[in-house]
Design a protein around this ligand. Structure first.
Ligand SMILES: Cc1ncc(C[n+]2csc(CCOP(=O)(O)OP(=O)(O)O)c2C)c(N)n1
Ligand SMILES: [Mg+2]
Length: 816
């Protein structure tokens, strides 16, 4: 393409084009200078770690030009130039991120929670409500695991398809203008080796969604060359089969050199147009990129790149090339005038100098702002300790703490807290007003500061699911008993009518209405975009859900069986569970994950790995309803809130009879609240899900021998019993047994910690607290396999009986 074409295409005058080019050059220089100085800040100890965008600047300028309001990025740590180019990151903020400044106004990417290079924009107001995402350029918050940005990217792109094609959603002014938004992905060449990359590429090709995927190819993944990463050493080469043709949908695949500013602009414009207009996904393989400063601050690339490669990288550095292009640019107009961007190199040297100066100033300002805040806190702390020292017998020791603290040139909060807390220890045997002041100061300061590091794991807004008022299911006078799945189905139908933005999808969820027919007939009623089948690809089913939820939709992503959640667990753990936390509440994805488990037979059908799940997804609510009415009530609650949750239905409950409520879609099961389903005085038995039926069976047999257990349904594992009701049962029974089907020390250990430690249940116990779980191995197949692998009613009976035998051996004679 010629330069005249570029001008004509963009319909701009030469003067405007020149301005844009020089402005782009300056952004690239600023970005590079940030990388250079950023690296130095880490090497001199002011920041912990640095990973920068050097060598990838020019393609990002082109990407930014094609990126429109309403669009979304899902990318990785190299994209600082793009963020600067769309106006969402300046040099001072860049350094604030590097220093981990904890103020979201100053460090807008994550309030210091993420290491630098992890970018985000703000989708939410302070109260958690949505901003108008169509009026801003959006970047979903980056995460570190390579390729983990991919599943979410699929959902971000799919949202446009939904907004364009679901008539009832056509008018969604906060989120879409007729589905014209493109989701732009970026990934490093080596990260394309990850499974989720290929899974996402395939799924986007199937779904035909407006996703433009850029691969920044610098031939390396840290030290490992492309020959160890990618077949044929080329991702565009091996993805050729995805190219669309006359007869098949597919991708548009483009390749371009990362130092070729003009070609890049052209390629990105084209890619944007195709994806935006037709929703055809595009892959752009951006080749011949470099890493002038090496991979990150933890090493040097001279160790693994040979002289020739290093030499080539110098020559083909994209900024060097862009500079050459600007210098050599000449355009002759039709009347013979010679147009140039600059008259002499001096002009570029001036820009280089300005960029250097601006970045140096920004770095200094960011550091001072960061440090002054901490110095002010230090000043207060020193004052308080000095006051306490005045009348203390340990005065000299205390003043040593303050002197040492005052002497630190670059104090951090840890230094201040260590001094404060050690000072208090020195005062433990003394009594003074100043000591009380110190105690008070530590408490208040600690509360204020801990908030910066630990708040917003779950919603703290008015839409928190914990604030939703409960509503009991109501029944007609003439009760109607139906299969549990009918309650689910009819409740989902009401929800789909009530919430136009609700979508349900998963393997077999569409046409047949899920394997247990809880969605029977709903695709026919609501269309195949709102109730849909997906491929067998759990990680990207969750990714669809995350991305769509980040754009205002309310997806319910179905994972067919609990055991197969493991394929999705990484994305749930790394992305969904951390989203609100890692953005300091500036992005959310209220995704509901629906699955079914418990009481199945076999190694991969146990349906019980609860400990593993709850310990990896803190930040997502985990709900374990014992029947379908409870489950439906959870969905009704979750739809009123704005938080992600995992709901595990009982696989053996779909055909069990339950009474049909009349207030479908509105009765609500409270989240974080237990239910006592049988009262008793002897032992408190806590369980959840299908195991409760076994406990109930054992309870009947125990009654026969004069033992009355109190049965508590946990219902909600994350959070568990926020009102601390369980301990009240212990006050009565003084004995505790937790039963589940997980491995020993799994979710049962979690419940023990909650009850004994958090609720102080230990003080009411007269017997050793106990758990009854499955064996450590996964359950063997068949009924006997199940009986000898998981707790049975007999096991529960004997365990409880044994506890009572210890209490009263004459009344409850030993069984063995
Ligand atoms: C799942 C996972 N494995 C390993 C790492 C460590 N790691 C960070 S970056 C990186 C190399 C990525 O190379 P590439 O995708 O080519 O991106 P580049 O850094 O070259 O731009 C590795 C192995 C990680 N972050 N996540
Ligand atoms: Mg690479």
């Amino acid at each position: 393409m010629t330069h005249t074409d570029t001008l004509q295409k963009q319909n701009i005058s030469f003067e405007d084009f020149k301005k844009e080019v020089l402005n782009d050059y300056k952004i690239a220089r600023i970005s590079r200078e940030c990388s250079v100085l950023g690296r130095r800040e880490v090497l001199t100890g002011k920041a912990k770690f640095g990973i920068f965008g050097d060598g990838k600047e020019v393609p990002q300028l082109a990407l930014a030009k094609a990126f429109k309001d309403g669009d979304f990025r899902s990318g990785y740590y190299r994209d600082q130039t793009f963020m600067m180019s769309i106006g969402e990151l300046n040099a001072q903020q860049f350094f604030a991120g590097l220093y981990a400044h904890t103020d979201i106004e100053i460090e807008p990417m994550s309030a210091g929670r993420q290491m630098g290079g992890h970018f985000a924009t703000h989708s939410l107001h302070e109260d958690g409500s949505w901003k108008n995402l169509t009026q801003q350029k959006n970047s979903s918050s980056d995460i570190s695991p390579t390729a983990a940005q991919m599943p979410r990217l699929l959902g971000l792109a799919q949202a446009s398809k939904i907004y364009r094609n679901v008539p009832i959603l056509k008018n969604s002014p906060n989120f879409s203008k007729e589905g014209n938004e493109v989701a732009w992905g970026t990934i490093g060449n080596a990260s394309t080796s990850e499974g989720v990359f290929f899974e996402t590429i395939n799924a986007a090709g199937v779904l035909q969604v407006p996703m433009v995927m850029s691969v920044w190819d610098d031939e390396y993944g840290i030290s490992v060359h492309a020959k160890h990463q990618t077949t044929k050493e080329s991702i565009s080469e091996i993805l050729k089969g995805f190219q669309r043709d006359k007869n098949h949908n597919g991708y548009e695949i483009m390749t371009v050199n990362g130092w070729d500013y003009v070609q890049l602009i052209d390629v990105y414009q084209k890619a944007g147009e195709i994806a935006r207009a037709t929703h055809v996904p595009v892959l752009i393989h951006v080749q011949e990129l470099t890493q002038p400063l090496g991979h990150s601050t933890s090493g040097s690339h001279e160790r693994y790149k040979d002289h020739e490669r290093l030499q080539w990288e110098k020559e083909f550095d994209c900024i060097v090339k862009m500079r050459e292009w600007i210098l050599n640019f000449e355009l002759e107009t039709s009347d013979g005038e010679l147009l140039k961007f600059i008259n002499s190199e001096e002009e570029l040297i001036l820009i280089d100098r300005e960029a250097k100066k601006e970045v140096a100033n920004a770095k200094r300002d960011a550091w001072n702002t960061y440090l002054n805040e901490i110095k002010a806190e230090r000043k207060n702390a020193i004052q308080i300790i000095e006051n306490a020292a005045q009348k203390s017998s340990n005065k000299s020791f205390l003043l040593k703490y303050t002197n040492d603290l005052a002497a630190l040139i670059e104090p951090i909060r840890k230094d201040i807290f260590v001094a404060l807390r050690k000072s208090l220890r020195l005062l433990k045997d003394e009594d003074s007003e100043a000591k009380k002041e110190l105690q008070k100061f530590i408490k208040t300061y600690s509360n204020n500061i801990q908030e910066k590091y630990s708040s917003r794991l779950t919603s703290e807004t008015a839409q928190s699911v914990l604030k939703i008022s409960p509503e009991q299911p109501r029944y007609a006078e003439e009760t109607k008993l139906v299969d549990g799945r009918i309650i689910m189905r009819d409740n989902f139908e009401v929800l789909l009518n009530k919430h136009p933005e609700l979508l349900i999808f998963g393997e077999d969820a569409g046409f047949i209405g899920d394997v247990n027919q809880g969605l029977e007939g709903l695709q026919a009623k609501f269309g195949d975009l709102r109730v849909s089948d997906t491929g067998i690809r759990e990680a990207t089913i969750i990714g669809q859900g995350i991305g769509m939820a980040m754009r205002g939709l309310r997806p319910i992503a179905e994972i067919q069986y609990l055991d197969y959640l493991l394929y999705a667990l990484q994305i749930m753990s790394d992305d969904l569970a951390t989203l609100l936390y890692r953005t300091y509440g500036k992005q959310k994805a209220p995704l509901i994950i629906r699955t079914r488990g418990h009481r199945l037979e076999g190694i991969w059908h146990a349906g019980s790995p609860m400990g593993g799940i709850i310990n990896t997804i803190r930040g997502i609510h985990v709900l374990v309803p014992r029947n379908m009415t409870k489950a439906a009530g959870f969905y009704n609650s979750l739809m009123e809130g704005d938080e992600p949750a995992l709901v595990i239905e009982c696989l053996n409950g779909y055909r069990l009879k339950e009474e049909m409520p009349i207030n479908l879609g509105s009765f609500k099961t409270q989240i974080g609240v237990i239910e006592t389903i049988q009262e008793g005085n002897d032992v408190t038995v806590v369980s959840y899900g299908s195991t409760l039926r076994i406990v109930e069976e054992a309870a009947k047999d125990l009654t026969q021998v004069g033992i009355h257990i109190e049965i508590i349904d946990a219902q909600s594992l994350l959070p568990f019993d926020i009102n601390h009701e369980t301990v009240k049962s212990l006050v009565k029974t003084n004995r505790l047994l937790v039963v589940d089907e997980d491995v020993p020390g799994g979710a049962s250990a979690y419940l023990l910690q909650e009850i004994l430690e958090n609720q102080n249940g230990y003080q009411y116990l007269d017997s050793k607290p106990a758990t009854l779980s499955a064996k450590a191995h996964r359950p063997a197949y068949g009924t006997d396999g199940d009986y000898f692998s998981k707790p049975s009613a007999e096991d529960v009976f004997e365990k409880v009986y044994e506890m009572m035998n210890e209490v009263n051996p004459t009344k409850f004679k030993s069984l063995f």
